[in-house]
Design a protein around this ligand. Sequence first.
Ligand code: COA
Length: 390
Amino acid sequence: MMELSDVYIVGAGETKFGELWEKSLRELAVEAGLRAIENAGVFSRDVEVLYGSNSLAGIINGQENIGALLSDFSGIAENNIPAIRIEASTASGGAAVRQAYLAIKSGEYDLVMVGGVEKMTDVYGSEILDLTSSVLDREWEAFFGATPAALAAMSARKYMADFNVEKDAMAMISVNDHLNASKNPDAQYKNKIKLEQALSSTPVAEPLNLMDCSPVSDGAAAILVASENYVKKNKLEGVKIVSSADAQDYLAVHSRRSLYTLESARVASRKALERANIKIDDISFAEIHNSYSIYGLMELEDLGFAEKGKAKDLVYDDIKLDGRIPINPSGGLKAKGNPLGATGVGQFVEAYRQIKGKAGERQVKDSKYAMLHNMGGTGSMSVVHVVGGE
Ligand code: COA
């Protein structure tokens, strides 16, 4: 049987995340793509396929056919390579990287570009609430008034009641994100926040306040993924994607077995660790998908870092940059930002920089393996990757 190729990230780039009024969807995508190409030091003509990750451009910006848009405006349309949009709600980025991983592993391609982009601030606040609710079950959740925040709040209430957890524990996830983001030039919110500030911020959906919510963001991120052959031939120093796994759960939260178990995260994490042949304790740091602070606690548990109901024991010290298991060195979804289609690809940009020791002030010391968790909506899908290891 043909031996499967190892897969490496050989370049990464991203725009700033934030309210980027002056830049269009296509400009953001091209900026990130060019940065990744420049960072990799490869020729764009070597790219054999482009996977564009995006969640809501069709309804936010009225632009579909994102693959062709990216190829055209990156100036590679003349190469006639396939350019395909991958959509898996807010897990689009991780899903697109997984497609690149599989494409290279299979031997079909040697160099693949993954570009994620989202431009969310072109519509007003109330409208974006409705548009982001389209990642839920429109008929059985959103139609009855549920929004992503409302569903996260429901999970939070039940979780707090069942495990006797106070709001502080959730807020600490956000305090940590803001602290790390203050060291990330690409982050949307670089202000540090104190626990008291998080707890007294504007209520959004009880018990969640403004500081428990990821923001509405614009941004783009891109990586280049290559085969072992390509890396050797071009004498590149890549960061290995050690394993990749994805899993699905029921779309509607009310269909799930538990309001506070992210089954998709649990399954994908176990598979990713098994495929990497490592244990959760081997992970040096993780980028997790805390679109709402309660998900931060649930993910710490479902990914395997803590037992159910016990994530509160990690959030005061262990998750800090110099703690036992640093979480979201980039600033995470809460403070780096959450431009949906770009979010998961941005996690790879951070991991690439961290593992290469190029994360500046927010560098995690002696990091070997990173776990990246990108999640769709309220947990309907999870994509987990393990990166690093060499
Ligand atoms: N964290 C920190 N600050 C935030 C913020 C957040 N999540 N959201 C907005 N702000 C700030 C803005 O920068 C602005 O600050 P300024 O007055 O200094 O300029 C201020 O709060 C008001 O901003 P505005 O855009 O009017 O806020 P809003 O009330 O319309 O939106 C939320 C707040 C929480 C509703 C919005 O951020 C949101 O919907 N987040 C969730 C996004 C989402 O669901 N993503 C998908 C998950 S599946």
